[in-house]
Design a protein around this ligand. Structure first.
Ligand SMILES: O=P(O)(O)OP(=O)(O)OP(=O)(O)OC[C@H]1O[C@@H](n2cnc3c(O)ncnc32)[C@H](O)[C@@H]1O
Ligand SMILES: [Mg+2]
Length: 198
């Protein structure tokens, strides 16, 4: 079994680090790959799984530690699942605000009943860079796309994602509440089971 006291998180996204560390608790210390390198690997895969594995291997190679990667995104029904794996790059790398503005515009005249969407999270854990058997866990979170941004918590597309089970946007949830029910929480729940942490 791998030493799980320290894991490298193969991500440069501070929002993910915060959420994943909160879910894991104090028994596992997540260290950002940013401690070793600021170069982000190109996400050349065609699926969340491929990109998660690619990021995890890259971080394990650079750090020499077991690595966890999170590849996630928003799949909007009306857009055939876009932006999907391209969620971070939807507005050509101009950041969260530009991504959200572009998405609101793409859904401008779409009626309520057709605004379904899901957040997707795939976690990949590798023991070392060439691990032939990465642990893969997936989580989905169903909701709807709002017609205007709302809320200040979270990151990324959270202000646009309406959460039916709480009747508010994902950015209006407290961090603790989001971490109980999100796509990332579901994937992490499976990962903890696979690792015997629960
Ligand atoms: O690849 P790393 O370095 O981990 O960081 P990233 O931000 O580029 O992460 P992804 O490639 O996985 O892209 C995820 C996209 O989906 C968005 N996203 C993922 N989880 C989210 C969440 O919980 N709430 C809001 N947006 C989320 C996020 O803002 C990005 O635009
Ligand atoms: Mg990325």
């Amino acid at each position: 079994m791998m030493n799980l006291k320290q894991l490298v998180l193969a991500s440069h996204n501070a929002g993910k680090l915060k959420e994943l560390q909160a879910m894991l608790g104090e028994s596992v210390q997540l260290r950002s790959i940013g401690e070793w390198s600021n170069v982000e690997p190109e996400e050349t895969g065609l699926s969340f799984v491929e990109n998660a594995i690619l990021k995890a291997r890259n971080a394990a190679r650079i750090s020499g530690l077991p690595a966890l990667a999170d590849d996630s995104g928003l799949a909007v029904d009306f857009l055939g699942g876009a932006p999907g794996i391209y969620s971070a790059r939807y507005a050509d790398g101009k950041g969260d605000a530009a991504n959200n503005a572009k998405l609101l515009d793409a859904l401008k005249d779409v009626p309520e009943a057709e605004r379904g969407a899901q957040f997707v999270c795939v976690l990949a854990l590798v023991r070392h860079a060439d691990d032939p058997l990465p642990i893969l866990c997936e989580g989905l979170w169903h909701g709807r796309m709002l017609t205007a941004a709302s809320g200040e918590h979270g990151f990324g597309y959270d202000p646009l994602f309406w959460v039916p089970e709480r009747d508010c946007s994902s950015a209006e949830l407290t961090p603790a509440d989001k971490n109980q029910i999100s796509h990332r929480a579901r994937a992490m729940d499976l990962l903890r089971q696979r690792l015997g942490l629960k």
